[in-house]
Design a protein around this ligand. Structure first.
Ligand code: ZN
Ligand code: ZN
Length: 490
């Protein structure tokens, strides 16, 4: 500090102290910040006196302002933010999430919006909510068109995409199911079935089981074709169809995780909402549907409540989105959740954080949606849109960030728990290529020596070379394919 500044500070301080005795100053301060907060900042009368004697600023008001940037110390609460909305110290960045850089902590839940719209578009795929728990368990709630791209970009290996809970059988909520089924099996889901949970319906034909059976039929050619490479249990599907009428009934209870369901009013029977509870934390996801008193009941007090929402902008939105106004009005009023109603529901449930997804995230409507939500709900709210909004939650903090993924990511390698079995079991393919393809078309293939350069002749594998299962001992499995984080059974 140069001499001039030092002197002028000293003059200012002594002038201030001449007018106010310490007791008076303290009284003023206490009105604005509590004594505790003064102590937290080290602003004891002794400390101030020493600062003043050394020629430094000793006005506690000035020092308090400078040290806290104008904010009360000890918490992140500015403007209309809320207690407990703060980034955790282990986050690599408080602004962004980068796949593969952070472990979910033992007592933490991470929720990622892998798809957030009924209408897929490059920044918003079909609805899908990914829930990762600190015990290593992961769950997919709805799996809409294109959302699988965000899972892969987030480094979720294809063979680990499993435990899928479908709210209802609208295509915008499950179009990625067949993709991850066949490519997951090819990509290494060899030792476990694909597990899908969903509601029954008015008749057996309306239930999830019927969909799965017919999805397998739809994929007949594809399954036979991929069946010439190792698949193992990859084609097995464990379907857990629950009675859609059994409001509050359990659909999952394992490893300390409980999931219940209840009905949603969504045009026809067989639409459901879910709530997951684990380790004293809870997330409810309603899928689609009209504002629902059952959600008010079963999601009551949940930490994170995720609903769909539609802005009250029918005439404008129908022009923007290219929907006839009467179709838009009728669709919302018959089957969807207006943003006003979402706010009303949030106020009934009183979650620690309310989020709206399944909504076109557009500049013209976002402020309007927030205003509509705020009509009834004054608590924490955030959009679950566009894609890759990431929520970290613990018992005392919640934080929402934007995930960042490359535009052209590649798949993460499959992960196998080789430590548990001492190696990797590679199953025998179900079919031989020569049994599912006529010889004549193979005869029409251009011989490899015509296109590989002279002197370069790779050893090709046009037919699977083994009619027996193969066991690769642990040391022969490439490091990147070994599962590092092993599930902790509780
Ligand atoms: Zn939908
Ligand atoms: Zn729907």
């Amino acid at each position: 500090m140069n001499k001039v500044v030092k002197v002028s500070l000293a003059v200012a301080v002594s002038a201030g102290l001449a007018v106010f005795a310490w007791g008076e100053i303290k009284e003023i301060i206490v009105k604005q910040v509590t004594e505790k907060k003064l102590a937290e900042a080290g602003l004891t009368p002794e400390a101030l006196k020493k600062l003043g004697e050394a020629g430094f600023q000793s006005d506690p008001m000035v020092l308090a302002k400078i040290s806290r940037g104008g904010q009360p110390a000890g918490r992140w609460k500015e403007g209309l933010m809320f207690d407990g909305m703060a980034p955790m110290p282990w986050l690599k960045s408080a602004a962004n999430w980068f796949p593969g850089t952070e472990e979910v902590q033992p007592d933490e839940i991470r929720v990622t919006f892998m798809g957030s719209s009924p209408l897929p578009r490059p920044g918003q795929m079909g609805t899908s909510v990914y829930i990762e728990l600190g015990n290593g368990d992961n769950f997919i709630f709805d799996f809409g068109p294109g959302s699988v791209a965000n899972y892969l970009a987030s480094k979720v290996p294809l063979n680990r995409i499993n435990d899928i809970f479908i709210t209802h059988l609208h295509w915008d909520h499950f179009a990625s199911v067949p993709y991850a089924y066949v490519f997951g099996a090819w990509g290494g889901r060899w030792h476990e079935a694909y597990r899908i949970t969903g509601p029954s319906g008015r008749t057996p034909k309306h239930g999830i089981k019927h969909m799965v059976e017919h999805m397998k039929e739809m994929l007949f050619w594809h399954r036979e074709n991929f069946g010439v490479t190792p698949i193992g249990k990859g084609w097995d599907i464990e379907v857990n169809e629950f009675d859609f009428r059994d409001d509050g009934g359990g659909v999952y209870n394992k490893n300390g995780v409980k999931i219940i369901h209840w009905r949603q009013s969504h045009g026809s029977d067989g639409a459901s909402a879910y709530r997951l509870d684990w380790n004293g934390l809870s997330v409810a996801f309603t899928g689609d549907g009209r504002p629902n008193s059952l959600t008010a009941k079963y999601a009551k007090g949940v930490d994170l409540l995720i609903t769909e929402m539609q802005p009250e902008l029918i005439a404008i939105s129908s022009n923007v989105m290219g929907t006839m106004p009467f179709t838009a009005r009728n669709t919302v009023d018959m089957a969807h959740n207006p943003a006003y109603a979402a706010g009303y529901l949030y106020d009934q449930v009183k979650p620690r954080l309310a989020m709206g997804t399944h909504v076109s995230f557009d500049g013209y409507s976002s402020a309007e949606i927030i205003a509509e939500v705020r009509e009834h709900w004054k608590g924490p709210f955030h959009f679950g849109a566009p894609d890759l909004v990431v929520v970290n939650m613990t018992k005392d903090k919640m934080w929402v960030r934007d995930g960042v993924v490359p535009e052209y990511p590649n798949m993460a390698p499959p992960k196998w728990d080789v430590a548990a079995t001492g190696g990797l079991l590679v199953p025998v393919p179900e079919h031989r290529r020569q049994d599912v393809q006529e010889q004549s078309i193979r005869d029409a293939e251009i011989p490899p020596d015509k296109y590989y350069p002279r002197g370069y002749q790779p050893e090709l594998l046009p037919f699977w070379p083994s009619d027996k299962p193969i066991f690769l001992p642990e040391h022969m499995v490439p490091e990147g394919f070994k599962m590092k984080k092993v599930k902790k059974e509780e």
